[in-house]
Write a protein that binds this ligand. Structure first.
Ligand code: NOJ
Length: 569
């Protein structure tokens, strides 16, 4: 099969750090829009909605796996890494998606679960039936199920061991996730080459980046815990070297759900870089913790541990995604508090986390939702939205596993929420019909018609962020405040780090997690006498005092983004 090469973005060569300024949007093909009425979203459907995403201000799409798969783990169980699941479309349609996105100056990132395959993958079928054949050593086989005792189980709700017995080969195989997802054997050079070939395959198809799924788990060792082992980092450096050499301007994003210093390691170093971006798993749960504890302290602490990253690296900041809100990397005390606040019904829990969408987590509070988004859009790094959260979509905790928050996008109040013309019973998942989040009420069409809707608010905040390069390119310095519920930091950008000639700008960001109004004094060293104004409406605010502090009052769960004028010499 031959394809016309998709157009590449002119900006790619000009702005190799585009990802530091971009707003990303995670969109699951299956859930977004069904173009042919078969009950499942597809690539053609996604193409038809690019105008909407462009209107919203999205610069880059992250598309979870759309490859051939038995879909027993939402497509993260891949049976062929270089093809498209027929239900979703064809490779030609995928290249059309890339072209159409690029025409809109929007980038496309795919998701690559390189750690494992589906047990339906031909490699596994050959490996189990022909141990001496070319694929015999593609997976991690053992005569016992006792190797790697320090490796934790991730899917604790469904798996009791990281080993499963294969009755065909009569050996155990290793799996970090579901038992139908055997781990690839990265000790095998052929496996490593196959991974490099897959990355090249998709980059040759024009994709602008790859999310490296479950990246800490590639290599295991007898003494280690199988998370971020030295050989894993070595291999990622190799992927990065290939991308820099063959596909400059394209990026790698690490999905590493780990403690702060371990996640930071996936950026590599200035001399030996690994991923351009890494999801900020340390910060995410602490945003939710702050919202309910009314304390900014935990966020302040974790920000201090995550601000030192190599040159050019960027955090991928997110509130929710297609997985449960993971609580693996927080203390037990913390976790119990989070369960109490956010998952009081056991149905809301999944593995070590909470399987709910943003709006229901925040009990549909507009103030909390705006506050959470204000953090998302001003913390160091680039924001990642999850489809549907821009309209405050609800979830369905009666569906199994993480399907609770993967239901069809709600476009209109019509049949199937305008997602599909199929018989409602044929949909891959039912649309949300709950009392509060019913698609009759929560949908794109009705929010477009209300100027004060969440959708318009989110679009506005995206555009304000994009008008101020300091949010993407500036540094972040946490400030001392007089109130435990208030987080304040200054984003500082000296300007013209890119050829776009961006001007320097310093912005003071203040967030109150208190459940009632507060007054707070903030110390902004180096800004004595600076004028301030609000970035949204332009209104003047008090100047910073001669002692370098400013006193502000904030309403319940509210925030300010204030431009800091010239410092007094
Ligand atoms: C991480 C993905 O985000 C998740 O959805 C998946 O189940 C696991 N990796 C296993 O692939």
């Amino acid at each position: 099969m031959t394809f016309t090469a998709p157009i590449t973005l002119p900006g790619l060569a000009l702005d190799p750090q585009w990802y530091r300024r971009a707003v990303f949007y995670e969109v699951m093909v299956r859930s977004f829009y069904d173009s042919n009425g078969d009950g499942s979203g597809d690539i053609a459907g996604l193409i038809s909605k690019l105008d909407y995403l462009q209107w919203l201000g999205i610069d880059a799409l992250w598309i979870p796996p759309f490859f051939n798969s038995p879909l027993r783990d939402g497509g993260y169980d891949v049976s062929d890494f270089t093809s498209v699941l027929p239900e979703f479309g064809t490779l030609e349609e995928f290249t059309e998606l890339v072209t159409k996105a690029h025409e809109r100056n929007m980038r496309v990132l795919i998701d690559y679960p390189l750690n494992h395959t589906s047990d339906q993958h031909d490699w596994f079928q050959q490996s189990r039936s022909d141990p001496d054949g070319p694929y015999g050593d593609y997976y991690v086989w053992s005569d016992t199920d006792e190797r790697y005792p320090n490796v934790r189980i991730i899917f604790v709700d469904s798996e009791e061991s990281n080993w499963a017995f294969d009755p065909v080969r009569r050996q155990f195989y290793f799996h970090r996730f579901f038992s139908h997802q055997p781990d690839l054997n990265f000790e095998n050079p052929a496996v490593r080459q196959a991974v490099l070939d897959t990355v090249s395959h998709w980059m040759n198809m024009g994709v602008d980046g790859v999310r490296l799924d479950a990246i800490p788990y590639l290599f295991e060792s007898d003494d280690g815990n199988g998370e971020g082992e030295p050989k894993t980092h070595e291999f990622i450096k190799g992927i990065r070297a290939m991308v820099d050499r063959d596909f400059p301007g394209r990026i790698l994003i690490a999905e590493a759900n780990q403690w702060p210093q371990e996640v930071v390691a996936f950026f590599g170093t200035d001399d030996e870089p690994e991923c351009h971006m890494a999801f900020n798993f340390p910060v995410m749960p602490r945003i939710f913790y702050s919202l309910r504890s009314q304390h900014a302290g935990e966020l302040v602490r974790v920000l201090a541990e995550t601000t030192e990253v190599p040159r050019g690296a960027a955090w991928a900041v997110f509130l929710r995604n297609h997985d449960e809100l993971t609580l693996e990397m927080v203390s037990e005390e913390y976790r119990q508090a989070m369960y109490g606040w956010y998952a009081y019904d056991p149905r809301m829990r999944s593995n070590v986390g909470i399987r709910r969408r943003l709006a229901p987590l925040l009990d549909n509070s507009r103030a909390e939702t705006e506050l959470a988004h204000a953090l998302l859009f001003s913390l160091e790094g680039s924001p990642f939205l999850y489809y549907g959260d821009e309209i405050g979509m609800g979830d369905n905790i009666w569906l199994p596993d993480r399907d609770s928050s993967r239901t069809p996008m709600q476009w209109t109040p019509d049949r199937n929420a305008g997602f599909s013309t199929a018989d409602p019973g044929k949909l891959f998942l039912p649309v949300v019909q709950s009392l509060v989040y019913n698609y009759n009420l929560v949908n794109v069409e009705s929010q477009l018609a209300q100027s004060r809707s969440l959708l318009h608010w989110v679009r506005n905040v995206i555009h304000v962020r994009k008008a101020h390069p300091t949010f993407g390119l500036g540094t972040l310095r946490v400030l001392k405040t007089s109130h435990e519920s208030v987080l304040a930091f200054v984003r500082e950008y000296a300007g013209s780090e890119t050829q776009f000639g961006d001007s320097a700008e310093n912005v003071l960001c203040v967030f109150s997690f208190a459940h009632n109004p507060v007054a707070v004094q903030i110390e902004i060293e180096g800004y004595a006498g600076s004028t301030t104004f609000d970035l949204f409406g332009g209104g003047d605010f008090p100047s910073v005092g001669d002692d370098g502090s400013i006193t502000l009052t904030l309403g319940t769960q509210s925030f300010y983004w204030l431009h800091l004028g010239d410092r007094r010499p």
